[in-house]
Design a protein around this ligand. Structure first.
Ligand SMILES: [Zn+2]
Length: 380
């Protein structure tokens, strides 16, 4: 399946470079990874030159660059561990991204069973531990005070740190997911398990932030401290997002598309904005759908765009200029409910959707604002 155009565009803008595919899952490197590669090359280049006597400056820095690249591939292998288990469990993965702070496997749906959550989460750290073990074995067979010896030592510690840090018990880290899976099994509530793991994540974020402020600035200025603070912010925000997602999933079963319908009105696509609004007011409807010459729904008027047309231009602006063509994802069957409804909306983000009945005839409009409102109301 190819990405929808809406999902493809941000990749270009956010500086992501595709490096390959893994069982159909696209793998990306973010431009931000270059910052960490540069920092690793600079700091470990000087280390190699000091530890291995007689090494030229060029050899030292090239070896450090090689370490930075191989280490990124180790982080990628960690993510592919998550991805492989997720795919084996029948859970699609949108993409894998390597960036400034490590890697992320974007799994399509939150697991609905603690067992799946546990298996997907534990796979990454296990890969890192295994790679650390391989590097440790290679190091035993190599002279420690040689360039390969130092690089293998760095790879051993690098992978052990990746495994250890990710196993800390707080969301969005793997350890937070493992903790959530365990609490979820015992307490039988994903929401409560998420609350506990999210607070774990916030505590870890604060500890990381404090260490970022206290970091030694003598050698590389404020860069390592800044990256540490970015990591702390990433963890704090990630913990909050995990919590909100769990709250939404907790309320999802009560969602029914039929109960959220706004009455809609069909209008020809060549009428003016003024005329369309006049008909909408007259019919007291909550949304407008444009029909083509054969009376088939062809586009949906976006409320924000139509109300932004200046009053004096409404008489001669065609309503079709403020409508979005009805692609497949913008047409929802009226019997959608629960997480299936959330998945459908997430797959094609829009402000309005056309809802059709079992025969494919228009049944009304779903406004994304109404859906968000329903999710919030139920929390009160
Ligand atoms: Zn991981």
């Amino acid at each position: 399946m190819s990405d929808p155009p809406a999902a493809r565009q941000p990749h270009r803008r956010s500086g992501l470079f595709r490096v390959g595919r893994f069982y159909g899952v696209p793998l990306y490197f973010s431009a931000s990874w270059l910052i960490i590669a540069l920092l690793l090359t600079l700091s470990y280049g000087s280390l190699i030159k000091t530890v291995v006597p007689g090494t030229s400056r060029t050899t030292s820095y090239l070896a450090a660059l090689a370490f930075a690249i191989v280490f990124a591939l180790c982080v990628l292998a960690h993510e592919l561990g998550h991805t492989a288990v997720s795919l084996a469990l029948g859970r699609p993965v949108r993409r894998v991204v390597i960036f400034l702070l490590g890697g992320v496997s974007e799994i399509e749906h939150e697991p609905d069973r603690p067992r799946d959550e546990f298996l997907v989460s534990v796979a990454g750290p296990l890969v890192s531990l295994a790679l650390g073990g391989v590097a440790a074995a290679g190091r035993l067979a190599t002279d420690y005070y040689s360039v390969p010896g130092v690089v293998l030592t760095l790879l051993m510690w690098g992978n052990l740190v990746v495994a250890g840090f990710n196993l800390l018990p707080g969301l969005p880290l793997d350890g937070g997911r493992l903790l959530r899976a365990l609490v979820w099994t015992v307490a039988r509530s994903r929401l409560n398990a998420t609350r506990i793991s999210a607070w774990g994540g916030r505590v870890i974020a604060v500890v990381v932030a404090v260490s970022g402020i206290l970091v030694d600035r003598s050698q590389y200025g404020i860069t390592p401290g800044l990256i540490t603070l970015v990591l702390a912010a990433y963890l704090w925000v990630g913990a909050g997002q995990s919590l909100r997602l769990a709250e939404v999933l907790d309320r999802a079963p009560a969602l029914h598309l039929a109960a959220l319908l706004r009455p809609g009105l069909l209008v020809p696509s060549d009428v003016s904005v003024a005329e369309a609004l006049r008909r909408a007011n007259e019919g007291r409807v909550g949304g407008l759908v444009l029909v083509d010459a054969a009376d088939r729904p062809s586009a949906i008027v976006e409320e924000r765009r139509i109300s932004a047309v200046p009053m004096q231009q409404r008489a001669w602006t065609a309503v079709s200029t403020v409508a979005r063509p009805l692609d497949q994802g913008l047409v929802l069957p009226v019997d959608l409910s629960g997480t299936a409804l959330l998945d459908a909306v997430r797959a094609t983000p829009a402000s309005e959707y056309l809802v059709v009945d079992a025969r494919g005839a228009p049944a009304g409009i779903l406004s994304a604002a109404d859906l968000a409102g329903a999710l919030r109301l139920r929390s009160a």
